[in-house]
Design a protein around this ligand. Structure first.
Ligand code: DC
Length: 229
């Protein structure tokens, strides 16, 4: 395994399999996995808990100033508390999408994410990693799948947790988030010009991770070739 520091960016719409792929890929290449969606979700949870309206700039600034978000052993830590389970609810998904459009929130989380990638190799997934957070990432992926397939996967996930859901409702929720995330004015979800697009509609997670890791290996060889070592 190569020792050089590597930044891998994975962007794409909700439910495309970014976090599952990023988790497996990071273990395979010996990098840390950073789930930036979890950070926007943690902010949404804090907005609810503190009764802060994200449209109230002053109140939002005050809240953000006293907000600490970190990861420990794959858990999401908000102000010292493990909130990993609490941020995976439909209520948080519904609030994280519009609140993540607010520049003050994006500035704060972007700075944190950049600091996390400073010291070590990371695989970071989100919506703006290849475009804004790490525009010079070593490898950028844009992972997509059809809305039907993404809804089908979300249904399986919910069923796995013993929850029932209506396919059309799940699909409508995914499409609504797609619209909000890609049509917001500030730093929308967008494929970076130099990102490699992978449509996972007809692929399983193993195939996606193998493809990503082959591309990274090829890129590393290429880099070394150019460096002459
Ligand atoms: O990936 P996710 O579903 O956990 O993300 C939750 C919300 O956070 C998503 O609707 C958009 C927002 N988000 C973002 O704007 N930028 C990121 N880098 C990650 C997530």
């Amino acid at each position: 395994m190569n020792k050089e520091k590597l930044i891998v960016a994975i962007d794409g719409p909700a439910g495309a399999g970014k976090s599952s792929a990023a988790k497996l890929l990071s273990a395979r290449i010996g990098a840390d996995y950073i789930d930036t969606g979890a950070m926007y979700r943690a902010v949404a949870l804090k907005l609810i808990r503190t009764g802060t309206d994200y449209r109230d700039a002053e109140a939002l600034d005050a809240m953000l100033e006293s907000t600490l978000i970190d990861f420990e052993a794959g858990r999401t830590i908000l102000d010292g508390e493990d909130v990993s389970g609490l941020i995976r609810t439909p209520e948080i998904s519904a609030l994280a999408s519009p609140s993540s459009a607010v520049p003050a929130i994006r500035y704060k989380l972007t700075a944190l994410q950049q600091a996390m990638g400073e010291e070590k190799s990371v695989v970071m997934d989100g919506r703006d990693i290849g475009t804004v957070v790490f525009p010079n990432a070593d490898v950028k992926f844009f992972l997509t799948a059809s809305a039907d397939e993404r809804a089908r996967r979300r249904m399986l996930e919910l069923q796995g947790k013993g929850e029932s859901a209506d396919f059309d409702e799940v699909k409508a929720e995914i499409e609504k988030r797609d619209r909000q995330d890609s049509q917001r004015e500030f730093r929308p979800l967008k494929k970076a010009d130099d990102a490699i697009e992978i449509d996972s509609t007809r692929m399983n997670i193993e195939q996606v991770v193998s493809l990503m890791s082959d591309i990274i290996d090829a890129k590393r060889m290429d880099l070394h070739g150019h460096k002459g070592d």
